[in-house]
Design a binder for this molecule. Sequence first.
Ligand code: NAD
Length: 366
Amino acid sequence: MSETKQVAVLAGDGIGPEVMREALRVLDAVEKRYGFRTERREYAVGGAAIDACGKALPPETLKGCEEADAILFGSVGGPKWESLPPDERPERGALLPLRRHFDLFANLRPGVCLPELTAASPLKEKLIAGGFDILCVRELTGGMYFGQPKFYGERDGEIVGLDTLIYRRSEVERIAHMAFRAAAGRRGKLCSVDKANVLSSSVMWRDVFTELASQYTQVQLTHMYVDNAAMQLVRNPGQFDVIVTENTFGDILTDEMAMVCGSLGMLPSASLCNRGEKTFGLYEPSGGSAPDIAGKGIANPIAQILSMGMMLRYSFGYSEPAQAVDAAVRAAIAAGVRTRDLSTGAPDEQIVTTSGMGDAVISFLR
Ligand code: NAD
């Protein structure tokens, strides 16, 4: 751990800077505990960057990201910038170009419902007693959202809308390796979700996964149709360890997964690409900039803190410090520490501010 890692910090708008502050304080504490160093440089992004220089992703921010080993991202957007043309708004103007520029093809979203927070899930408690811990790996740069041709107009005397669902074998192979590796580092179960009973792209997807499984003998691969996966996520989410799926299915299933977890402020995410032997990534909370609570000191910083933990694990290979971050968050929740969004009104809860939650996580770092 002697090498100093460079982190581009893009806090953004709304609650972004508030929760980022706590993630960086936790990072300071983990660095001290484990004896490694990061150098962080802050750059403007989103609405804050539009206000400062007219662009959601200024060239110097992009350059800073290129020079870094990882990007720690807060969130962007808010009512102030909603009247701008769609392509100039903070999300479309910053996040999508970043994903495209770095070819961030793998989106990893943990869906964790801790045993103490099952009441926050809309699912019946008897279905999720003890909580659950899923990781969804979504292909992010291929499939129907990007396939060409796309068309909306008149053809043969009728108005038609056309999208193209295409996957190249190389695209499936690289997401498969990412998913097998993630499963190998967890409980060793990988469920590949497709629609191979209808779609040719899914038949190819399934063939590739089946073929590559022989390289990962420690991982047990299963296949599931997407319609069944959508049902199983609400029937028994605890059956899953790692789910891997293509772009469109992943878009829908990750939102369903976030919903059944119950608390948006708890869910981190990572968007990854390969950079030689290393994994470069953009790490951010799953939620948005929450303008309704920005500036009040009540935002839950856990998603941002766990995103920082994912950065340690996936981009820096620091698995022990990453585990320590996860464990400290779990310990704070087990001790009854809650930001307002997590409160169920139980008498033993200790309601804290954003920085109070940061303090609690730091105090539980082992
Ligand atoms: P949101 O996720 O910001 O908020 C939805 C609800 O969840 C709100 O009630 C909010 O208070 C709550 N919430 C979210 N994160 C929380 C946290 N950490 N702690 C406590 N409560 C939390 O979604 P929205 O309201 O639809 O969007 C607000 C803005 O964020 C919009 O401008 C949108 O475009 C943007 N957005 C940005 C990203 C991103 O930067 N990746 C993602 C989604 C939305």
